[in-house]
Design a protein around this ligand. Structure first.
Ligand SMILES: [Zn+2]
Length: 367
């Protein structure tokens, strides 16, 4: 399945104005090119629509300018800049303490020293800013800030529930003192999701949501595919899972072989609030106990990449949940959190109570 970029792109290709003999500028930039970017940045900071329009060439359709203005005016900070690597935009959501950085295709045309922006578009196969690909609404709720495409599923309540769950987990590991809101991006369509993630569909289509770093910002991105069918409880479960990843993003990814620690912790908290989903994971894990004579192996890292095999993927999550649940049952959430933190950097085989953790879970739950 390829990403249908061309047919759904919101920003049309722009013909250079025939009125002015414009000359294109490289990102390293002439003084005029730098000046027009400064004008653009200042117009957004000052909420000055007239100057914003002055920075843009008239060949950019009115509907596109209107959308950009409506979107950008809702953001906290926006900074366009030319670098040796190309045009870059840093932007953050209200309350967000780090900025996302995106590379964009941007053209500036100059007539003498008078320069205007003639094009801003996503770079193919690179993550695109959500505000560049569709009309968005930015909403702040308790614990979260959301940027959602017009018509996207409403996950504001689920996002608030998710961050409350992380704050109330009883696990010091998850309590980072930071009260910065969790940033959540909710593209309205499959094509907007593909542009925002910038990843091949094969890597992302099987995911309900993902948490990723873009520049300095760590954000959750919700996959709109099937999202309409989720119940409020499923939304809350999904976002609670991602909220755990978001809160621990500063730790980086777990050491090789220990992806199950990260996924298991996220599932442990997410399923603690959803009896139906917990029962479903329990059933899968019990089956794995039976299939393995009571001693299933901890899921391998590659088991979490099998996004085409939904059944195998659910099995890997279920066993990760069982492993972390067993650690919490045995040691309590505080000590289990310490163990999880240790496992982030230490192979499971080197931590005493870990290699047989699923054998113990099976003994208690699938005798
Ligand atoms: Zn996960």
């Amino acid at each position: 399945m390829s990403i249908a970029v061309a047919g759904r792109r919101v920003v049309p290709a722009v013909a250079l104005s025939l009125v002015l003999p414009l000359v294109a500028c490289a990102p390293s930039g002439s003084a005029g090119a730098v000046g027009v970017l400064e004008m653009l940045n200042a117009s957004i900071a000052d909420m000055d629509r007239d100057r914003f329009d002055e920075a843009l060439d008239q060949s950019i359709p009115q509907s596109t300018r209107d959308m950009w203005w409506s979107n950008l005016a809702q953001l906290s900070e926006v900074d366009f800049a030319g670098t040796v690597d190309g045009w870059r935009v840093d932007w953050s959501l209200p309350g967000e303490q780090a900025a996302a950085t995106h590379v964009v295709n941007l053209d500036i045309g100059c007539a003498g020293t008078s320069c205007r922006i003639t094009r801003i578009e996503p770079v193919p196969s690179r993550p695109a800013p959500g505000w560049l690909v569709e009309p968005v609404d930015v909403t702040t709720v308790d614990g979260a800030v959301l940027i959602a495409g017009r018509g996207a599923i409403d996950v504001t309540a689920a996002a608030a529930t998710a961050t409350a769950a992380v704050d109330d987990s009883g696990m010091a590991l998850l309590d980072t003192d930071s009260r910065a809101p969790m940033p959540v991006e909710v593209p309205a369509t499959d094509s907007a999701y593909a542009l925002v993630t910038g990843a091949p569909a094969a890597e992302t289509r099987g995911l309900g949501a993902l948490t990723r770093r873009t520049g300095d910002a760590v954000r959750v991105v919700v996959n709109p595919a099937h999202a309409e069918q989720w119940s409020p409880a499923q939304q809350a479960m999904l976002l609670t899972h991602e909220a755990v990843h978001w809160r621990l993003a500063g730790h980086g990814t777990p050491t090789g072989g220990n992806t199950w620690v990260s996924e298991g912790l996220a599932e442990w908290l997410a399923l603690s609030r959803n009896a139906d989903e917990r029962a479903s994971s329990q059933t899968r894990a019990v089956q794995a106990c039976r299939d393995s004579g009571g001693a299933p192996a901890l899921p391998a890292d590659e088991d979490f990449r099998a996004t085409d095999d939904a059944d195998a993927l659910r099995g890997a999550y279920a066993l990760s949940w069982a492993a972390v649940s067993e650690l919490v049952a045995e040691s309590g959430p505080g000590a289990a959190g310490d163990l999880v933190e240790l496992l982030w950097t230490t192979p499971a085989g080197q931590v005493d109570q870990v290699p047989d953790v699923l054998t113990r879970w099976c003994a208690s739950n699938a005798p």
